[in-house]
Every structure is written in structure tokens, then in C-alpha cells.
Design a protein around this ligand. Structure first.
Ligand code: HEM
Length: 384
């Protein structure tokens, strides 16, 4: 399907103003009134339509990663990795796939400054011949929490206080000791394999259509790429599409930036704002009249899984080794800045003595001298 074929486009502009239904507008400045100073008539359909559209211009912003910028380009395979995946778009060096990329901050609102201290998100949509593949990542190698169950709590603690709408350190440091998860990772523990190059050479045409309405989702994969059993990823497989159905509507994958560029077909249809052209009479399966058949089978990991149904506590944790290594890898001035920030956060009058002591104990377990220095600044005795 050509995603642009049935789409209204400002490129088909008429030389004069029209209403949404195409009626010529001869005065786009004045509303229809009784005389020059009288009240406005409800029958001024053009005015009502103009205001109604304006009144509905905003859609809910993303619950996280609201602030972002996108760019387009292509991905080119540079290394043969056909022994690692059968993904069609990775089939050989030289193969190019169009992409759209969105860079984002995480916590703050759509209009927030990019300069705020915040992790960075990086999402790539590959428009492959076998459907879209969304790679949704961020700039740190280990995430804050290990189980998606904690994600909403973590985001609530980092977002502004619901009472004052101000981001407050005491809420952030209050959240973390309760669950005892600290993750700063040492990059040396990762092996990087080069596979290709990403070329971003085109700006988007429209912020709303190609940034605001853009929807990435780690569940969107192609044959040859599959999910790991990671508790975070498993949660995300549900959460992204769920929020997108809410913030964009159930047919969000028909929007041009989200739609696959390859032929696609199924009987999931209708619903709010469905604008796909369809003229089939058979919308069920199986049918002797419907020529569409199952695709060729593609491999999925054959692992056999067995276990008791349970809500399990993650027992084997090592929360302190990597943060310690990371801290020690920094130059002294960076270490000093890190200490200052923690002293500042823990000095907040709403941080209790108990929370302060727990954090000092954490940092002492990561690195003894780090805990000691923070404790000295705060005039607290470390106790581990
Ligand atoms: C269970 C944990 C997580 C949940 C429930 C979650 C949920 C979400 C949700 C609801 C959105 C907004 C999506 C939208 O409205 O379009 C989002 C965006 C995003 N998330 Fe997560 N997330 C989780 C963990 C992660 C992790 C571990 C990463 C990185 C490795 C990540 C990277 C991103 C990025 C880059 C975006 C922005 C995508 C864009 O540019 O539109 N998230 N996440």
C-alpha cells in the first residue's frame, strides 16, 4: 500500500482558503455577526470549524520521553552478521534501509529545556521489507530498575511532585532506598560489535506528524530478531503499544510515520480514525474467497521454559560493584562534582536522617572513600 495515496496533503493546496470540506472561504478575518457590533451567529460554520480544530490541536504528550527531536536517513550494513541473524535487512553488507530516529530526554515535559540533567533516549524505526523494526534504547547500559513492575514508581518519584509540580530531590532519594536498587554501570563490561552505519541526512517536514505522532515500541520486531526474557523488556512489550493506543488512537500504526512501507494485510480493521482504503468483502479467516495465506514460517528461539508460577524476589543482586568501578574510573574533578551533587541532594531538609544514612551506606559499599566523603560533608558517621 502506498501510505500517501489516500492522504490529504497540503501540497494539493487550492490557491484560496477553503473549509475542511472544501467550500471556498471568502473572508478568513471576520466572523459572521448581526451588523458591525452585534453578536456572532452560530451558523458561522467556518468560524466554528476553525475554533473546533484549534481547540483540539494538542494530543496527550508521551508519559515519558515527551521532549524530543527526530531526523530521517538510512541504515547501511557494513559487516557480515548473517551468522547471528536471518533478519532480511541485515542480510549482507551494503544493504540500506530507510530509518527515522528520535532523540529524547526522559522525565520532563514536551516544552522543557534540553539542558536539564536527564538521561537521553534514542529510538530508531527501520522501515524494512519485512515490516518495521523499532530499536528503543537509551544512553545508559544498565537501567534503574530490574523489574518493569517498578517503572511507574520510579517515574513518579523522578517526575515533579504532584502537589507542587516541582522536581524534588527528597522524593528521588526517598524512593530508591526502599527498593535498594542502585545502578551505575561500568562501560568496560560491554562488548561492542560493529554492524553498520546510520546516516541521518534529512530533517523532518513536520514536527507533529513525524515527532509527536511517531510511535516506537520494543515489541515491533522483524523475523530474525526476538525478545529476551528480561523482565523490563517483557513489560515494555505491553506498555508502549498500550500508551500509544491511548495517546494517538487505535489506528496509530496507519499514520504515515508509523505505517510499514512494505505491503501489509490483516483483518484488524475499523475503529476511530481508520483511514485505510479497503474494498474486500471477506474480512474473516479462513475463507475460500480470500487469496491471502499465511506467510512463510520464520524461526523463533526454540528454548524450553519451565518453572513454578510465582512473583519472585530477585535474589542474586550485586548493586555495588559496578557503581564503585564507575566512580573510580572518573578523574578527581568529576568525582568531586558527583560528591557535591549527592551532598546537595541529601541536604534537602525533607531528607530524613534514616534516608541519609542508608544512602551513605550504599555509597560506602560501592566505594569506601566515596561514602566517607559524602558523610563528612553531611556531618554523618557512616555505618555499614
Ligand atoms: C518496564 C520499563 C519501561 C516502561 C514501562 C517504559 C515505558 C515507556 C513509555 C510508556 C514510553 C512512551 C511511549 C510513547 O508514548 O510513545 C516510553 C518511551 C521511551 N522509552 Fe521506555 N519504558 C521502560 C523502559 C525503558 C528502557 C529500559 C529504555 C531504554 C533501554 C527505554 C527507552 C525509551 C525511549 C527511547 C522512549 C522514547 C521513544 C520515542 O522517542 O518516542 N524505556 N517508555
Amino acid at each position: 500500500m502506498d501510505p500517501d495515496k489516500y492522504r490529504p496533503s497540503s501540497a494539493y493546496n487550492s490557491p484560496f482558503w477553503t473549509t475542511n470540506s472544501g467550500a471556498p472561504v471568502w473572508n478568513n478575518n471576520s466572523s459572521l455577526t448581526i451588523g458591525t457590533r452585534g453578536p456572532i451567529l452560530l451558523e458561522d460554520y467556518h468560524l466554528v470549524e476553525k475554533l473546533a480544530n484549534f481547540d483540539r490541536e494538542r494530543i496527550p504528550e508521551r508519559v515519558v520521553h515527551a521532549r524530543g527531536a527526530s531526523a530521517k536517513g538510512f541504515f547501511e550494513v557494513t559487516h557480515d552478521i548473517s551468522h547471528l541473524t536471518c533478519a532480511d535487512f541485515m542480510r549482507a553488507p551494503g544493504v540500506q534501509t530507510p530509518v527515522i530516529v528520535r532523540f529524547s530526554t526522559v522525565i520532563h515535559e514536551r516544552g522543557s529545556p534540553e539542558t536539564l540533567r536527564d538521561p537521553r533516549g534514542f529510538a530508531v524505526k527501520f522501515y524494512t521489507r519485512e515490516g518495521n523494526f523499532d530499536l528503543v534504547g537509551n544512553n545508559f547500559p544498565v537501567f534503574f530498575v530490574r523489574d518493569g513492575m517498578k517503572f511507574p514508581d520510579m517515574v513518579h518519584a523522578l517526575k515533579p511532585n504532584p502537589k507542587s509540580h516541582i522536581q524534588e530531590n527528597w522524593r528521588i532519594v526517598d524512593f530508591s532506598p526502599t527498593i535498594q536498587r542502585v545502578c551505575i554501570c561500568s562501560p568496560s563490561s560491554l562488548t561492542i560489535w560493529p554492524v553498520g552505519r546510520l546516516v541521518l541526512n534529512k530533517n523532518i517536514d513536520n514536527f507533529f506528524a513525524e515527532n509527536e505522532q511517531l510511535a516506537f515500541c520494543p515489541a515491533i520486531v522483524v523475523p530474525g530478531i526476538y525478545y529476551s526474557d528480561d523482565k523490563l523488556l517483557q513489560t515494555r512489550i505491553f506498555s508502549y503499544a498500550d500508551t500509544q493506543r491511548h495517546r494517538l488512537g487505535p489506528n496509530y500504526l496507519q499514520l504515515p510515520a508509523n505505517a510499514p512501507k512494505c505491503a501489509n494485510h490483516n483483518n484488524h480493521h475499523e475503529g476511530f480514525m481508520n483511514f485505510m482504503h479497503r474494498d474486500e468483502e471477506v474480512n474473516y479467516f479462513p475463507s475460500r474467497f480470500d487469496p491471502v495465506r499465511h506467510a512463510e514460517r520464520h524461526p523463533i528461539p526454540p528454548s524450553v521454559l519451565m518453572g513454578r508460577r510465582d512473583k519472585c524476589i530477585i535474589e542474586k543482586e550485586n548493586n555495588f560493584k559496578q557503581p564503585g568501578e564507575r566512580y573510580r574510573s572518573w578523574a578527581p574533578d568529576r568525582q568531586e562534582r558527583f560528591i557535591c551533587r549527592w551532598v546537595d541532594a541529601l541536604s534537602d531538609p525533607r531528607v530524613t536522617h534514616e534516608i541519609r544514612s542508608i544512602w551513605i551506606s550504599y555509597w560506602s559499599q560501592a566505594d569506601k572513600s566515596l561514602g566517607q566523603k559524602i558523610a563528612n560533608h553531611l556531618n554523618v558517621r557512616p555505618s555499614i
